[in-house]
Each structure stands twice: as C-alpha cells, then as structure tokens.
Design a protein around this ligand. Structure first.
Ligand SMILES: Cc1ncc(Cn2c(C)c(CCOP(=O)(O)OP(=O)(O)O)sc2=O)c(N)n1
Ligand SMILES: [Ca+2]
Length: 528
C-alpha cells in the first residue's frame, strides 16, 4: 500500500523536483527519513540562505525548486528571501513541517499556528491539507500553481504525522500529470499590436526580466532591429533581457517617475515587454509619460497589467507573442540607433580600487558567458555600463531589493548552471545578510567566485540620505569587517586586495579553480 511518503517522492521524482533545499527541524524528519538515493539535499544554515539558493536555482534552471523549511520560525526566517522570489516570478515550492495534528490546537512547541497565513502575501497559494490522504494532491497542486503564469512561490504546511499514512493507488495518477499553459494571444490581438507599432513614428522598447525568463532575448533583438528602435532595460532590473553592447541598447532606466519620462521624451509609443510598469524606487514625482507618448505593455502577469498607472496591456506568453509579432512588422527605414560610447577608465586612488576598475577587470577576464549575481546597490549603473552581457540568463539581482539574495542565489545559480562560471558581485553591507551561504558553497564545492566590494558603508543609503535630507542618520557605516576571516570560518579560501594587479591575479586564480573563493576588494564609494 503506498503511503503519503512514497507517493510524495514518486510525485517529486516524476515532476523533476529531486533537489531539496532545506534546513530541518524535528517536524521535517518524517519527510526526510529514507531519503531516496536519486534525490539531493542542499543544506543552508539559515532559511534565508535556503530560499535564496532555491531562488537562484529555479531562476537559472527555469524549473520549479523544492524547499523544505522548519515550521513557524523557519518559515518566518524565509520571508525576506520570499519578497524577491515573489517579484521575480520564481517557481518555488515551499514545504514546511507542522506539529502532529493532535498537538496543533494546544499550540505545543513547533506548532505553526495558522500556518497558511504566515507566508501571505508573498506566495501565490498557501495551504495545509485537512487530512493526510490529501498531502500528495496538495503538493501536486502546489507544483503546478508555482509553474503556471505568472509563476511564483507557493507554500504547503504538512503535519509530521501524515507521512506514514496510507493513500490509495490512485495517488499515482498525480505523478504523471502535465499541466501547461498556452497563453498565446489571439490573432486579432497580435495584429492590433503590430498595427500600433507600424503606426508609431518613434517607438522605444523597455524590456524587463520576463523577456529573459521566457528566453525571448533573441526575439527582443529581432524586434529592436526590425523597428530600428532603441531598447532600454526596465528600472530595478533583476535580469538582463538584451545584449548590453548591441547598438540599440540604451542602459537601465532610472527607477523614478520623472526620470523615466525624461529619458523617453520624444518617443510616441513606449513598448514595455516583460516588466511591471514600473518598478519605481526613489520617490521622485512627475509625469508618468512624456508629452505625446502612449504606452503599450506586454506582460505574463495579470496583476502587473491591472495595477499599472497608465497604458494599455496585453497579458500573454512573452515568447509566443513576440514570435507571432515580429514577422508581421516590415523592416523600418528609420536610422539605426548608434551604439553607446564606451566609458572611460577610472583612475584609482592609492590603496583603493574604484568599482569602475573592478568591473573593467571583470569584463576583461571573465568568460564571455559568465553569469553575474549582483547585490551592491550603489554600483549597479557602473556595472551595466562596463560589463558586457550578451547571453540569456547572465544576470540576477534581488527583484524586491531584499538584501541577502546575492550570496545564496549565486550558489543556487552555479548549481543549476555548472557549465558557466558564476561571479557574485556583493556589497560589504549585503554580504552579511546571508553570509552562511559561504558554508554551503564550501560544503558542496560549488565554485562561485564571490567578489565583495568593501567600501565600509551602506553606499546606496548614503545617496538616499542626501535625497531624503537625512544625512545625519545613524547606522549607515559598516566598518571593521574582515571577509577573509569570515570566509575562512565557513571553509572558503579568501584574499583581500586593494590594487588592480592584485585583483587581476586573484580573479584569474579564482576563475581557474574548481572550488569557491572570496575576493575582498577595498573600493571607493560611488553614487548609484
Ligand atoms: C533585507 C534588507 N535590509 C535592509 C535593506 C536596506 N538597504 C541597505 C541596507 C542597503 C545598503 C547596501 O550596502 P552594500 O554595501 O551592500 O552596497 P553599496 O555599498 O554598494 O550600496 S541598500 C538597501 O535598500 C534592504 N534593501 N534589504
Ligand atoms: Ca558597501
């Protein structure tokens, strides 16, 4: 007779979720016992690391990832990482152990009181099965809910005395289910979009993370070339949807209402693809659109479409829609955009490196298909100007700006993409939120190159403090951190550098190694 335990592992195996990212408690042991030999468990020492690794793994692989957390305390620790997974449309299947059913009501230790409520609103669906026999079906619903557009995290709480319960043979019907979506816009919808583009005098593209998530980067290039239109990356970029040295590439839009309108002034049609409209950040009120401009928005996420403050929107599959759209457009006779000029090298002060130099060296030495996991807020602009990214899946940044993503996500990305080198570019502030990810990288010998930019301060907050007239705020500096000692403590080799040649040597050595390494670089602080 199959049990909840055996039926669940059959389901997970057939649905391709054989890597479990977790941090266990007693509630989880009945799920983890008799752990199948064809499954892999990746331990994180904090649940923010567990979810961060799973997030990087899911985003880089394009498939759902399974997470197993401890009840309330474990799930609570994961909430910060969930903010990023929610906004990056990351298909995470979070499971959490619950106290035994008869012990929940008295709120005994490790009872997850009102479990489904805890992760809301950062999950698409949250559930605790009402009886043990429903656990396999609930997990099947969780997998498909996470994976259907718009993709996103889900949460299932499972009492630990459910796993041994018998289930009937029909539970096996779950494991072979294939649930997919077409989301192909109708002929008339594609035609209407084509007509609008054809009628535009001076269209501009604004491309978001879901272009990269749907593998539609080449279609975005084809669209830009067919229109001879400039292509901006949508603000607060969490992925790279367009080759950064292409002639149409114009950089990342500022995350400010008036700033965006200023950059897009003169265009009569703004075509936003695969991004919310928009992920503003600093409060800089202004006009949502430049004079004379209209906006049309293609998104996979109905909530993005519904909540936008302006424009028309079409909800559909990004890849399928562009595939249907591009052939309908005649080759424009507009002048092709001129490539952006290359930035000048920066002069480094004695004993420090500018972030610009760090990125110039990275661009020179890293493989052309390197993957960057970025979490140093003040250096984002300099990075996009100086580091070339041309392949899909080359860049990941916390989609909600929730720090503690970078280190673990870099581990998860490298686990998903062993054929490409992953370089984590992490601020000395951000590095502390999930520093224990270094232990997982060492334990599982996941060869991420962690470059920690040490400017001794929360650089982005220094900038914000000026913007918000709060420059006398306390708590903006992080002096006295020794990331070589910290890395050593977690089993990762590390070196500290403060001169260009030393960084070149350290980076080259790390790129040639098959184990993780930390490079602590003393840098100046720059404006975001
Ligand atoms: C979990 C969490 N805590 C606090 C913040 C606030 N915060 C903080 C603390 C920043 C400073 C980041 O400093 P860094 O050293 O990582 O990078 P820079 O010096 O390049 O800004 S940026 C920012 O939004 C956050 N975004 N997420
Ligand atoms: Ca810093």
């Amino acid at each position: 007779m199959p049990t909840v335990h055996s039926a669940t592992y059959d389901l997970l195996r057939r649905q391709g979720l054989t890597t479990v990212f977790g941090n266990p408690g007693s509630n989880e042991l009945p799920f983890l016992k008799n752990f199948p030999a064809d499954f892999r468990y990746v331990l994180g020492l904090h649940e923010g690391v567990v979810v961060g690794m799973a997030d990087g793994f899911a985003l880089a692989s394009g498939h759902p990832a399974l997470v197993n957390l401890h009840a309330a305390a474990g799930s609570g620790n994961a909430m910060g990482a969930l903010t990023n997974a929610w906004y990056s449309h990351s298909p995470l299947v979070l499971t959490a152990g619950q106290q035994a059913r008869s012990m929940m009501g008295v709120e005994s230790m490790l009872a997850n009181v009102d479990a489904p409520q805890l992760p809301r609103p950062l999950v698409k669906w949250s559930y605790e099965p009402s009886c043990p026999e429903d656990v396999p079906r609930a997990l099947s619903q969780a997998i498909h809910t996470a994976n259907l557009p718009a993709r996103g995290p889900v949460y299932v709480s499972i009492p630990h005395d459910d796993w041994g319960h018998a289930v009937d043979d029909d539970a096996a019907l779950l494991s072979t289910r294939q649930v997919t979506s077409a989301a192909q816009p109708a002929e008339a919808q594609v035609e209407a979009l084509a007509e609008r583009l054809n009628a535009a005098r001076n269209p501009v593209l604004v491309l978001g993370p879901d272009v990269d998530a749907y593998g539609a980067n080449a279609l975005a290039v084809a669209l830009a070339e067919r229109l001879n239109a400039p292509a901006w990356v949508a603000p607060s970029a969490s992925r790279c949807p367009f080759p950064t040295r292409h002639a149409s590439f114009r950089g990342v839009l500022p995350a400010a209402i008036q700033g965006i309108s200023d950059r897009l002034a003169g265009h009569d049609l703004i075509v936003v693809i695969g991004a919310p409209v928009f992920r503003y950040h600093q409060y800089a009120p202004g006009r949502y659109l430049p004079d004379g401009a209209e906006l049309v928005h293609l998104t996979c996420d109905m909530q993005e479409a519904a909540r936008a403050p302006m424009g028309d929107a079409l909800v559909g599959d990004i890849h399928a829609t562009l595939e249907a759209l591009v052939p309908r457009l005649p080759q424009s006779d507009r002048a092709r955009p001129e490539p952006l000029p290359r930035p000048e090298p920066q002069v480094d002060p004695e004993g420090l490196l500018t972030p610009e130099t760090v990125f110039d060296v990275m661009n020179a030495l890293a493989p052309e298909d390197a993957i960057y996991v970025k979490e140093s807020t003040s250096t984002v602009t300099a990075f996009w100007e100086r580091v070339e990214m041309r392949h899909p899946g080359s860049y990941f940044f916390p989609a909600a700006g929730g720090l503690g993503f970078g280190l673990p996500a870099a581990v998860g990305v490298q686990l998903a993409r062993p054929e490409r080198r992953v370089i984590g570019v992490i601020g000395d502030g951000s590095a502390n939120y999930a520093i224990t990810a270094l232990w997982s990288a060492a334990q599982y010998r996941i060869p991420v190159v962690f470059v920690i930019l040490k400017n001794g301060t929360y650089g982005a907050l220094r900038w914000f403090s000026r913007l918000l007239d709060a420059e006398d705020s306390p708590g903006l500096d992080v002096p006295g951190l020794d990331f070589c000692a910290l890395a050593k403590g977690y089993g990762v080799e590390a070196v500290a550098v403060s001169a260009r040649h030393d960084f070149e040597t350290a980076l080259q050595t790390a790129l040639e190694d098959d184990k993780p390494r930390v490079i602590e670089v003393s840098t100046t602080t720059i404006e975001p």
